[in-house]
Design a protein around this ligand. Sequence first.
Ligand SMILES: Cc1cc2nc3c(=O)[nH]c(=O)nc-3n(C[C@H](O)[C@H](O)[C@H](O)COP(=O)(O)OP(=O)(O)OC[C@H]3O[C@@H](n4cnc5c(N)ncnc54)[C@H](O)[C@@H]3O)c2cc1C
Length: 393
Amino acid sequence: MSVAKKYTGTIDMTKPRQTVAIVGGGIGGLTAALAFARHRAEVFVLEQTPVLKEVGAGLQITPNGLRALEALGLADAIAASSIAADAVVPKDAMSGRDVTRFDLSSQSPRYRFFHRATLQGILADAAVAAGVEVRLGVKVEGVDDAGVLQTSEGQVQADVIVGADGIHSKMRPYCQPDAPKATFTGQVAWRGVVQTRETPHEAHIWMAPGRHIVTYPLAQGLLNVVAVQERSDWAAEGWSHVDQTNNLRAAFNDCAPAVKEIIAQMDRPLLWGLFRHPVANQWSRGRVALLGDAAHPTLPFLAQGANLAIEDAYVLARCCAEADVPEAFVQYQSLRHDRVVRALAVARSNARNYHLSGIKRHVAFAGLKALGVAAPNAFINRLSWLYDHDVTA
Ligand SMILES: Cc1cc2nc3c(=O)[nH]c(=O)nc-3n(C[C@H](O)[C@H](O)[C@H](O)COP(=O)(O)OP(=O)(O)OC[C@H]3O[C@@H](n4cnc5c(N)ncnc54)[C@H](O)[C@@H]3O)c2cc1C
């Protein structure tokens, strides 16, 4: 594993070492742990699960997230353990044909497909090597105004507390007690991993009226599958509800054989309801700052939830190295808020665009085809505000 190549934060060796407690050892929490440790903070991670286990198989990590990971010294480990994406290919799920192809091969760094557990392992190993203490099986119950965390193993205190505890965050209500409730989007998603033959290094978006499927390859001959359907009945929010295979098959029964073949292999699909959460308007209080899904849960239609969590983590650690709390937290939120709001809005609108029917669908496909021919870089250019952003600059 390489050492940090261009960590650009200011490291003030005369400052006393900050103690930092990170609540949650997901992608955001472990990135924060590593970033704070690179600023010579004394860091410990409190993670409720007894082992860092796989939650959701695949992750697309885009250049904006990769820049932060590479700046933390992970470039070699990333290159060795993930797949560089060549293209995003929107497809007609009814005919099975490509609508167009958007090339990604000229990006730097390259858009990548990861197994989530692999990325989590890389981050955990690097954090531990940098001196971070990862305490597994410790559940945080709450925090008080003195910055004392109540945990399943007693009280814990730190100068800075990072709430990286995900979608059902215990830290979020402390920072924003009046947060509005999440609302059901009218969409559910199944996810799973299937075996695949030799497959191109591409993300495929199979679009059908009211539904879509995203597939992309992972290492070891696996294909990651996320299938989304619009429907009015509620499904619980969470990533681990096993659904009956027949429900998933019925939802895509009228699609092209290539789609049905993929779906047929998903023998234990996990189902979850997609909820819209407003971005927290208060990302910190006292010694506690939120990041990632704890601050802004994200719909999975732009593949940015983990990327934004990684960016947050990098920026938060730098702000805390350069200023004291609470100024550091104010600076952090002001650097992150508008970008996150914009990304979440694009993610919401993508679902609408993927699910078109009737004449709108034909017009949209014709437009995409023409764009793919006339301006093959259109996809990247349209998202350059997202992918070109460099939090390490
Ligand atoms: C199927 C699916 C596919 C996705 N694909 C992508 C993608 O391709 N690209 C992308 O960028 N994003 C993707 N996302 C979104 C991404 O997974 C999340 O946005 C990201 O994981 C958020 O990271 P986080 O660290 O904020 O939270 P999490 O990953 O949820 O981590 C939170 C951690 O906190 C722990 N925790 C929770 N409560 C407590 C407590 N009280 N005490 C101690 N520990 C606690 C949890 O056990 C967990 O380990 C996808 C999401 C799903 C569901």
